[in-house]
Design a protein around this ligand. Structure first.
Ligand code: AMP
Length: 413
């Protein structure tokens, strides 16, 4: 199978490693890719959000399967354009990707499907915003309606800050605060059949102890030994199946990766958000534990044959990833800093680039996603932080407490 992978971040490097390890994948290209992905795939330049350009590249490479990593190309219609050329594509149509592209759309689908989620209001003006904030009370949760790369959400007790964020965004969804530990569940689907992957937990805040601003994600781990035994079947029955049915009913079936972000509240799991693609950095840990060949699984979803796919196999043990970010992230990250010690197995590249002289340099906010497995979380943590200590980057920021509360048994349901 000839595969073209679209994207350039840590998630795509993890996907590339999984695809390259699949014996059924005999050719792997990535566009635009990054220096880490270049170790396992042939890189091509493309504007990932240009549907015609991506489709033309898939044709030129005689790809059997395209895998679209990030959300922006999906919302732009890249999967539709690739499929229009008769090439299978893992990733939803632009219409179905609205589950991530618009928070208000996602809320509408959830309401129609009866999915457990936070009460919410879609608001456009200051009056609507004030009424919603009055009704729902603090802590205030204000979400930019459109794509914001995981950074469009403000959760705050500060009423002025909530109103300011709403005014900055224009159209927002304001919702009830959900308390309880968060879980990310990835579901591979062809629109009808749904195959859940292993639940993982990510860390959105920049600093230890869940302090500092929200980021795209600073680390993740799996499995979640503390999660209820019935979590996955319950979320499939209460959330995933009804959502897929509602999307089919609307004539826009969702095929690809449905990311369900959940809060495990005292009333049960409730949806915080849907995404239309693999989450970053949870993908790094989930794929590190997946034994089933990745290309075959994604191809089954892309070709509508997922019901016939064999059950997934998982490796024993645990996986952790620790994101190393550049100076000033998540503000305006400093780029061009030299990175040393990062070209070793387990170090997944996200915002890196190759300088003309061959040096590896920072090219974005989240620079590396340092990933390790071990027989348990304690061992995986030690291995991941040993790798982090081997990385030399001026101004590097990373959390030292990824998976620590799980290791110490401090997560309460
Ligand atoms: P989102 O981009 O919707 O995933 O939101 C980013 C982060 O904001 C989530 O991972 C949560 O930590 C937090 N968040 C979003 N919605 C809620 C909510 N309704 N209640 C509590 N926290 C939330």
């Amino acid at each position: 199978m000839r595969v073209l992978l679209i994207g350039s971040g840590g998630r795509e490097h993890a996907l590339a490693l999984g695809l390259a390890a699949d014996p059924s994948v005999d050719f792997l290209a990535a566009a635009p890719g990054n220096p880490g992905i270049a170790q396992v795939a042939e890189l091509h330049e493309v504007k990932a959000t240009d549907p015609a350009a991506v489709a033309a590249l898939a044709v030129e490479l005689a790809a059997d399967l395209a895998v679209v990593g990030p959300e922006a190309p999906l919302v732009a219609g890249v999967a539709d354009a690739v499929r229009a050329k008769g090439i299978a594509c893992f990733g939803p149509s632009a219409a179905a990707a609205q589950l991530e592209g618009s928070k208000a759309f996602a809320k509408d689908v959830m309401a129609a499907a009866g999915v457990p989620t936070a009460r919410s209001y879609a608001c456009t003006g200051a009056d609507e915003v004030r009424r919603a904030l009055d009704d729902l009370g603090a802590p205030y949760v204000v979400k930019n309606d459109g794509l914001a790369a995981g950074k469009g959400v403000v959760v705050t007790d500060d009423r002025d800050a909530a109103e300011r964020h709403a005014a900055d965004c224009g159209r927002v969804v304001i919702e009830e605060y959900l308390s309880g530990p968060e879980v990310s569940l990835f579901v591979v689907t062809d629109g009808t059949a749904a195959v859940p992957l292993m639940p993982a937990q990510d860390f959105k805040r920049l600093a230890d102890g869940d302090q500092g601003p929200n980021t795209g994600g600073m680390g993740a781990y799996a499995p979640l030994d503390w999660a209820p035994d019935d979590l996955v079947p319950r979320v499939l029955a209460e959330t995933v199946e009804p959502t897929l049915a509602e999307m089919r009913r609307r004539g826009t079936p969702f095929a690809g990766l449905l990311y369900v972000g959940l809060a495990l509240t005292p009333d049960g799991p409730k949806v915080i958000e849907f995404n239309a693609r693999f989450g970053d950095p949870e993908t790094q840990v989930v794929l590190a534990l997946l034994e089933t060949p990745l290309g075959g699984l994604l191809n089954a979803a892309a070709t509508g044959t997922l019901a016939g796919h064999p059950p997934l196999r998982w490796r024993d043990g645990a996986a952790i990833t620790v994101v190393v970010a550049s100076r000033n992230y998540p503000g305006t990250p400093r780029t061009g800093d030299v990175i040393e010690g990062a070209e070793v197995p387990g170090v997944i590249h996200a915002g890196t680039a190759r300088r003309d002289d061959g040096a590896l340099i920072t090219a974005g906010g989240r620079v590396l996603s340092v990933t390790a497995t071990g027989p348990d979380l304690v061992a995986a943590r030690e291995a991941a932080y040993a790798l982090v200590n081997g990385v030399r980057l001026d101004g590097a920021q990373y959390r030292t407490d990824i998976a620590l509360s799980a290791v110490e048994g401090r997560i309460t349901l």
